[in-house]
Structures are given as structure tokens and as C-alpha cells.
Design a protein around this ligand. Structure first.
Ligand code: AMP
Length: 261
């Protein structure tokens, strides 16, 4: 069955600046429909209208697939974005990140972590103990690719997210990505702040504590966002890590588990 699966990726930009991206893993028969869906999304993004949209389709036959169970979901609310950021730091520390590393990464994201002062295209990779950035390209960072829900699990997962009031495409995609990132060799935790100015919820995720959504994590209209992947430098090898992030297709399975706090 895996031989028939394809990765389909959309990337939209304006004047060379990244606006949005998305990826799915689908059978050949769905390529046309999903391509139309992804282009439609690219044209309607909070960061503006793109002047370039690229859709790439790659056959995944011969790749070694991994199946991972979705991280359990917790939703936390704060009074304001300052409170949300304190919750994020607390969650990262609980997952094994030092306070220094958590605060340094958070501050870098909020002032534009790319050397040009804008958002990175991918994630920074951060030593969970020291806060040192390990990615070689600080503008591109590391992008996690090749992840989606396992086809036969999709209806049940979408229905369960809907019932939990978490049916948005943001949550669906972020949960799958966070599950892949948390399963990486050497992973400790992840911090995500959306770069969509209208989407104020972010998350701290880890294998240990699951996918913890935090609202709000940024101020309304804020253009800065990004991701930090925290790793344990003692059990980390960059080549192995990049291979997993970019090339190993991960299919995420249910059931959806929601923690009530
Ligand atoms: P988003 O959640 O789509 O608003 O993305 C927020 C930020 O996360 C972006 O500005 C990127 O820096 C980063 N990012 C988005 N997608 C990925 C990905 N697939 N892998 C790593 N980082 C990503």
C-alpha cells in the first residue's frame, strides 16, 4: 500500500518571501483534488496574496514509513499573551528544556529569528540545555516534511477533533507535525508560534507531556512566528535528525486523546 502513496507539498511566496506552506501524504487518485485544495488555501492566507505558488508531488515508494500515535491534546488559556508565554516556558521546562533555552528561543522567535530580521522558513534547532542554536542555515532552518494522518485513520481523527472543538485545519496539521517532531531521534520538545497574524494560539509539545495548546501566545496582528525544535545534544546526530525530518514519511494514527484541565 505504501508504494502507492505520494507526498504533495504547496509553497506560496510573494516577492521571494515565504507566505504559507502545507503538505499531505495521499494516494495517486487524490492528487488532483488535493492540489486544488492546497492552491485554494495558498490564495487565502492571512499573510497576504502570493505571487508564486509551487505544488510539488513526489512518489514515496521505497521509503521506510513510520507510524506514530498522535500526541494527547491539552488546551490552556491565559489572560493575555504575556501570561501565555509564561505558560509556554513552564511547559517547556516540564518537558526537559532549561529555562534559559526556553526563554532564549521564545525571544528569538518574537523578534524574527532569521538573520534578515524576518521569520525563518523552517524551525531553529536548539540545544535544550544551553539554548545554543544548532541549525546551519539560520534563515531556512529545518523543515519537517513527509507527515500526514494515516489514510484509514483520517475520518475518525477528523470527527474526534471536530467533537472536541478542535476541527480547524491549523490544529489538524500542527498536531500531525508536532507528533512527527516529538518522535525524532534526540527530540526533547517543540515550541510553535504561528506566523499568521490572526492566529494567536501556539503550542509546546513533547513526547512527555503531549501537544499543549496555549491561547494566546502572541498579540493580535503580530507578524512574528516560528518554531524551535529542542534536542538533547548528548543523543543527537544532525545527519540522522535531518534524514528523519526531511525524508522519513510518518503516518500519524489515532485515537485522538484530549486531556481536560
Ligand atoms: P505556521 O504554524 O504555519 O504559522 O508556522 C509558524 C512557523 O513555523 C513558520 O514561520 C516557520 O518558521 C515554522 N514552520 C512552519 N512549517 C514548518 C515545518 N514543516 N517544519 C519546520 N518549521 C515549520
Amino acid at each position: 500500500m505504501n508504494d502507492e502513496l505520494y507526498s504533495i507539498r504547496m509553497r506560496a511566496s510573494r516577492g521571494g518571501t515565504h507566505i504559507s506552506g502545507a503538505e499531505r501524504i495521499i494516494p495517486a487518485r487524490d492528487i488532483g483534488r488535493v492540489a486544488v485544495e492546497l492552491v485554494g488555501r495558498a490564495k487565502n492566507h492571512g499573510r497576504g496574496r502570493p505571487d508564486s505558488i509551487t505544488v510539488t508531488v513526489d512518489c514515496l515508494s521505497g521509503r521506510e514509513f513510520r507510524k506514530l500515535a498522535t500526541l494527547p491534546i491539552t488546551s490552556l488559556n491565559a489572560e493575555d499573551h504575556a501570561g501565555g508565554r509564561e505558560l509556554a516556558v513552564f511547559e517547556l521546562i516540564r518537558a526537559g528544556v532549561s529555562e534559559k533555552a526556553a526563554r532564549t528561543a521564545l525571544e528569538s522567535i518574537l523578534r524574527g529569528a532569521s538573520p534578515d530580521g524576518g521569520n525563518m522558513r523552517g524551525a531553529m534547532v536548539v540545544d535544550a540545555a544551553t539554548g545554543e542554536r544548532l541549525e546551519t542555515d539560520r534563515s531556512r532552518g529545518v523543515r519537517a516534511r513527509a507527515v500526514d494522518y494515516a489514510g484509514d485513520a483520517v475520518p475518525e481523527i477528523l470527527a474526534a477533533l471536530e467533537v472536541a472543538g478542535l476541527g480547524s485545519v491549523h490544529v489538524r496539521e500542527a498536531l500531525a507535525l508536532a507528533t512527527k517532531v516529538a518522535g525524532a531521534p534526540g527530540a526533547v520538545a517543540e515550541l510553535c508560534i504561528s506566523d499568521d497574524p490572526g492566529y494567536l494560539t501556539g503550542y509546546a509539545a513533547s513526547q512527555k507531556n503531549g501537544y499543549v495548546r496555549i491561547t494566546p501566545l502572541k498579540e493580535d496582528g503580530g507578524l512574528y512566528g516560528g518554531r524551535a525544535f529542542f534536542v538533547d545534544a548528548d543523543r543527537f546526530d544532525m545527519d540522522e535528525y535531518l534524514r528523519y525530518m526531511r525524508e522519513t514519511p510518518v503516518l500519524v494514527t489515532g485515537p485522538i486523546r484530549v486531556n481536560h484541565v
